[in-house]
Design a binder for this molecule. Sequence first.
Ligand code: HEM
Length: 159
Amino acid sequence: MMPGFPILVLIGAPPPPLARFLSTMSGEKGTMYRLKEVREHQSMTSLWIIIHNKVYDVTKFVDEHPGGEEVLLEQAGKNGTESFEDVGHSSDARELMQNYCIGELAAEDRPEQDYPEKRAYTEGAPPEPFSIRRWLLPIIIAIGVALVYRLGVTYFADN
Ligand code: HEM
């Protein structure tokens, strides 16, 4: 038998606060955080941000953030969803942020309505359809110029 096994049997499952602490330490995604707890992480040494009701620990990312560290510090310990969306972060940024997600905001602390997603305007824009109207004027001008040229050449050739 494994040493320590009887102790494990005796202890059983850890009490809920300990279980929560352990899952927080292991970075389990399903961990719920209260707003009060997130507010405690608003410095360069521990920087958490809420975006779309998920909690991100961006302490290790702050130096690499292409938008600079000040903007992240401004939103530290807060709900940064609106600021995040107003910048129009790309799909790459949204994928990258998944690496820093440590859990979710507790239902009690969520805003009534989540702020809508705004993707970068350069992304996913459908290619402009071919429009004859856009080309009509240049074509008419080109034909006009060609006609005038042709008439001019004929006129000077005859004289
Ligand atoms: C986990 C959170 C975040 C991640 C992973 C992240 C990532 C990125 C990335 C990859 C870019 C480069 C442009 C792009 O790909 O969209 C960027 C730009 C930027 N980000 Fe963030 N960001 C985060 C949070 C925020 C927040 C909360 C703000 C608050 C205002 C912010 C403000 C900006 C700004 C101002 C830029 C520069 C945009 C530009 O120069 O056009 N970011 N971010």
